[in-house]
Design a protein around this ligand. Structure first.
Ligand SMILES: Cc1ncc(COP(=O)(O)O)c(C=O)c1O
Length: 485
């Protein structure tokens, strides 16, 4: 056999003791982002310690169980069905509404798109190129689902307040339209699309209408009861045919739990998959995954029971008060501005006078984690339970960061110089530019460095290099997920 070069990380010849395994993991994990101090806005949705202890215990109880065969672990199906009932009740579904627990927003959305595609195949075989109308601000999961399911996404542009421009919807509908999508709220700007009007148009045209309440499903209903001005977005809108709502976001459950609801069982039937001619036995599958853990589903049931309506009302009240306090504080800082008028606790802010991404980096160096948005250039926050005691500290650090970046002329020059240099490299040798930037990003990420994003986001936000960005992301993904050779 040829002398093959072995990779750096080989399959272990002998097992190692648990303490050593754990210490290796902990060492590596120590460079991950710190969220327990309440300085991360989004990504992690952590309830208080008492609740988190119980849901972790329940998750563990179902660690090895596998509901793929519903006759073996029927308790998981029981808890999933009860969870679906509770969420349907919350979102004003009637007795006809049915649904499933899925692994997350992406799976729920994928299934809603599949239902629309398969309904069209059956009821409108004349449609050869099915289209789904998706707000430009909708989560990329819709574009991903469209890609996998071979349907074409048609982006619906936004009004000045960054909600869907409803006046464009009637003319965007074609004979190929099989689904319309609205967000409640959208991720980038946290605003709720005009769901009632969209629902009316969808119904008039006999087109399915999915509301993505992955973020809002467990906050908007409680905000409405608290008296906040929340537009109707759920099954009370007649045209709404399906809704996704994530328990692993503002439901505060374990990661791996979302709900997909349909107006009736006839629609949901198109979600199911059956393969009855397999030598391995009769196979029927309700959602996308095959084998899965029972942990996230039963933990989802648990958190709804533990908190109840009064618990969610209380946390929603505190979160919305904190959000309004942050937004007021941001708007009071010279040059900063909250984008549009978001309904709940998801929002972005921009700077008219300074590079907002540099402000983000400055906050990053102080231990705060905020997402970046591209249109407009902005920083993004999902205010959650674990941020509630940190509002004043955040506003103080934000104010300091703005002063720091205004003072630090040198860093400004460096950022603008490196942006210019990269733009020139993109023009003269795009492949080289992609290679250099992707490698730098991977190196920084692997070292746990997160506070140097201004140059990259500056490039991504500028229109000059837009066409090179997909290749850059592909390269980044390819380099990020490489085995150790
Ligand atoms: C509005 C919205 N929809 C869908 C998703 C996708 O959810 P997941 O990441 O659980 O797949 C997200 C995720 O942030 C979201 O914000």
């Amino acid at each position: 056999m040829k002398n093959m070069k072995k990779s750096k990380v080989q399959f272990p010849e002998k097992g190692i003791p648990p303490e050593e395994v754990l210490s290796q993991i902990k060492r590596k994990k120590s460079s991950d982002a710190e969220w327990k101090n309440g300085k991360m806005f989004g990504f992690v949705y952590h309830p208080d310690d008492n609740i988190s202890r119980v849901i972790q215990e329940v998750h563990n109880l179902y660690f090895f169980e596998n509901p793929i065969n519903p006759t073996f672990f029927n308790s998981i199906i029981h808890f999933e069905n009860e969870t679906v009932s509770m969420v349907s009740d919350l979102l004003n579904g009637d007795k006809q509404v049915v649904g499933n627990v899925t692994s997350g927003g992406t799976e729920s959305i994928f299934l809603a798109v599949k239902v629309a595609r398969d309904r069209a195949r059956k009821e409108h075989p004349e449609i050869s190129k099915p289209e789904i109308i998706v707000p430009a601000s909708a989560h990329p999961a819709f574009f991903k689902a469209a890609h996998f399911l071979d349907v074409s996404p048609v982006a619906l542009q936004l009004r000045d307040d960054l909600r869907v421009d409803i006046s464009l919807l009637p003319t965007t509908i074609t004979k190929n339209t099989i689904l319309i999508v609205g967000s409640a709220p959208s991720y980038p700007h946290g605003v709720v699309d005009p769901i009632e009007e969209m629902g009316r148009i969808a119904k008039e045209n006999d087109i399915l209408f999915h509301v993505d309440a992955c973020l809002g499903g467990f906050m908007l209903p409680f905000a409405e009861r608290l008296g906040y001005a929340i537009p109707v977005f759920d099954f009370r809108v007649e045209g709404v045919t399906s809704i996704s709502a994530d328990i692993h976001k503002y439901g505060y459950g374990a990661k791996g739990a979302s709900i997909i609801l349909y107006r009736n069982a006839g629609l949901r039937r198109k979600q199911f998959f059956v393969h009855a001619s397999w030598p391995g036995g009769l196979f029927g599958s309700p959602t996308l995954l095959g084998t899965k853990s029972g942990g996230p589903s039963v933990a989802a049931w648990t958190v709804l029971k533990l908190l109840g309506q009064n618990g969610y009302l209380e946390v929603t009240k505190r979160t919305l008060e904190a959000t309004r306090q942050i937004q007021k504080g941001i708007n009071a800082i010279n040059g900063l501005k909250v984008v549009s008028n978001p309904e709940m606790s998801v929002f972005a802010f921009t700077s008219e006078q300074n590079d907002i991404y540099r402000i983000g980096d400055c906050l990053g160096a102080k231990g705060w984690y905020l997402d970046r948005i591209l249109s407009p250039n902005g920083l993004h926050l999902n205010v959650t339970w674990s941020n509630l005691d940190n509002i004043e500290a955040f506003l103080a650090d934000l104010e300091i960061s703005v002063v720091e970046i205004r003072k630090s002329k040198l860093k400004k020059v460096i950022t603008s110089y490196s942006s210019k240099l990269t733009n020139t490299l993109f023009k003269t040798s795009p492949e080289k530019a992609i290679e250099v930037i992707a490698s730098t990003m991977v190196k920084q990420t692997n070292k746990g460095k997160r506070s140097n994003t201004a140059t990259f986001y500056g490039i991504a936000a500028s229109h000059e290099n837009r066409e090179n960005i997909p290749a850059l992301i592909l390269d980044f993904l390819d380099k990020m997920y490489r085995k150790k050779n």
